[in-house]
Design a protein around this ligand. Structure first.
Ligand code: ATP
Ligand code: MG
Length: 567
């Protein structure tokens, strides 16, 4: 476990922790705590999974227990090795280690097959000839009981024979199933003779062509937990109605009984968290891939620059509850800001450059100014920033006709340049054809150098800047919510949820200028661009062009808009 112990120490209590504490007091399972994180490898992990990962690994670590990583790979048609690899690296990136306990439900296919035979032997399972459609028809509804299949009362011998022949490949796909014999009138639809095995001639990513019958998730999941000696099977609320079925299987099989505990899944505003829908975004090219920095996948937010520490802190903060709710995505962004504020070095970068010429500054002069790397952490030290006659400032920091309350640069007005001097705008140069402002001619006041004895004169704004001759060109990708709607999945009948995709979720600025020291920054390195937000070097960065992802803004711009304030 590489999770910092102080994070665990400060963890607030919740109902699952309380259950574990009580179980240990009663010496249940000999006081052992053994959990697992059981993803189905049919997509990339998302921030919702992070909640489950932090919970499972966190609670075990807290009580000196173990956590397995188990791939619930019972459905061969939807699963791919790419997903297994991504899940592994995402869990590791979040800061968790499953040691040598990496398991696959498919490792248990032989055991599960034996379990099925045992249930047949006990008269608790039967081979059905009904088709999938017929099974659905016979199942009944919430208000009407189901009907018994005409094949329900086959003898044990006949069932065993048919089940063996299913495995031997004697029957076509879909022609037979193995079903649990429970109660077609149960109020719980999951107990109405659920299917345990189906015939499916699809190669499996691990077992190849060995099997042409596969266990259903419902038959595999609880037994896999049992085989692994899991003590607490933590899962999301939608499995509450499946618990009686899982308990039934375990009791009939007389094997170790893990305790299933359900908790509320994480929902986030402006976000879709369903692998099926995320897959659709990728396949229909609404995003550039699973790790598009706008995606809520761990691969996406990692590329975007979210630190794993921030995600763990966020998961602690949202807690674990029994009732579904939706968390404001601003909380996640806040956790990211809080972390980066302390740890990311600050640099100056101009995203939309406007040229400034200091007419009274000598042409050949370059001063090295002293800049603080992070005022939150003096141990991060200082660096030199070159200052010269030709600079770039942010285009937004100049207004030819400043509105009331605009204290940044405008004709005849003064501002301070960060770590440097006070400058005054003397002249505005425009493109004669377009009227666009292309250059500001300014003077600097040599008496006002930052940190010098005479620097005391006050002006109302301090701007960031870079020296034109020394800065590097860079691309910045600015992201906004992928979904403009707060609840993108709330749609009217007949509407498509993809209509809520925000067409302006990506803005690319390709002529930014950044301090030269960023040239050697490896992909994944995070910075605060002073006044502009937190940015992370993207893996598209090359010797030719530095590329940055805006990880998060300095403040939450949406909150301001909602309060009716200006941006
Ligand atoms: P999705 O609905 O996105 O397809 P899933 O539940 O089908 O997710 P699994 O691979 O089965 O995905 O999930 C692995 C584990 O992660 C499960 O224990 C599941 O309960 C948990 N999990 C999935 N989504 C969330 C979420 N939004 N919040 C908390 N836990 C989640
Ligand atoms: Mg699932």
């Amino acid at each position: 476990m590489s999770i910092a112990t102080n994070e665990v120490d400060s963890a607030p209590s919740h109902f699952i922790r309380n259950i574990v504490v009580e179980d240990r007091e009663r010496n249940k399972n000999g006081g052992r705590v053994h959990t697992r994180f059981p993803p189905e490898p049919n997509g990339y992990l998302h921030i919702g999974h992070a909640k489950s990962i932090c919970l499972n690994f966190g609670i075990a670590a807290e009580f000196g227990g173990l956590t397995n990583l188990r791939f619930d790979d019972t459905n061969p048609s939807k699963e791919e090795v790419e997903y297994v690899d991504s899940i592994r690296s995402d869990v590791r990136w979040l800061g968790f280690d499953w040691g040598d306990r990496e398991f696959y439900a498919s490792d248990y296919f032989d055991r599960l097959y034996e379990f099925a035979e045992k249930l047949i032997d006990k008269g608790k399972a039967y081979v059905d000839d009904l088709s999938a459609d017929q099974i659905r028809e016979y199942r009944g509804t919430l208000t009407e009981p189901g009907r018994n299949s005409p094949f329900r009362d086959r003898s044990v011998a006949e069932n065993l024979d048919l089940f063996h022949r299913m495995r031997a490949g004697e029957f076509p796909d879909g022609s037979h199933t193995l079903r649990a014999k429970i109660d077609m009138a149960s109020a719980n639809l999951n107990m109405r003779d659920p299917v345990m095995y189906r015939i499916l001639r699809t190669a499996h990513h691990r077992t190849g062509d060995k099997w042409c019958i596969y266990p259903t998730y419902d038959f595999a999941h609880g037994q896999s937990d049992s085989i692994e000696g899991i003590t607490h099977s933590l899962c999301t609320l939608e499995f509450e109605d499946h618990r009686p079925l899982y308990d039934w299987f375990i009791e009939q099989l007389e094997i170790h009984h893990p305790q299933q505990i359900e908790f509320a899944r994480l929902n986030l505003t402006h976000t879709v968290l369903s692998k099926r829908k995320l897959l659709q975004l990728v396949q229909h090219k609404h995003v550039a891939g699973w790790d598009d920095p706008r995606m809520p996948t761990l691969a996406g937010i990692r590329r975007r620059g979210y630190p794993p520490e921030a995600i763990r802190a966020f998961c602690e903060r949202i807690g674990v509850a029994k009732r579904n709710s939706t968390v404001d995505i601003a909380m996640l962004e806040h956790a990211v800001r809080e972390d980066l504020n302390r740890r990311a070095p600050r640099v100056m970068a101009v995203l939309r450059p406007l040229k400034v010429v200091l007419t009274n500054y000598p042409e050949d002069r370059v001063e090295q100014l002293d800049a603080v790397n992070n005022p939150e952490d003096p141990s991060m030290g200082t660096r030199n920033v070159p200052f010269s006659r030709v600079l770039y400032i942010e285009r937004d920091d100049f207004r030819e006709e400043p509105p009331k309350g605009f204290f940044r640069l405008s004709p005849g007005k003064e501002v301070r340049l960060r770590y440097a001097y006070i400058i005054k705008c003397e002249e505005v140069v425009k493109d004669p054809n377009t009227g666009e402002v292309v250059e500001l001619r300014c003077t600097y006041d040599p008496q006002t150098k930052s940190g010098s004895a005479q620097s005391g004169r006050k002006v109302k704004a301090t701007l960031h800047w870079v020296s034109a001759a020394h800065a590097l060109e860079a691309e910045a990708r600015l992201y906004d919510h992928l979904f403009a709607a707060e609840s993108p999945e709330d749609i009217a009948e007949g509407e498509d949820w993809t209509k809520n995709i925000n067409p302006n979720s990506l803005e690319t600025l390709s002529s930014c200028r950044v301090e030269r020291l960023l040239a050697d920054a490896a992909p994944g390195t995070r910075y605060q661009f002073e006044r502009m937000g937190y940015f992370t070097v993207d893996r598209d960065s090359s010797d030719k062009m530095l590329v940055f992802n805006r990880t998060v803004t300095l403040r939450d711009p949406w909150a301001k808009i909602e309060k009716g304030q200006k941006k």
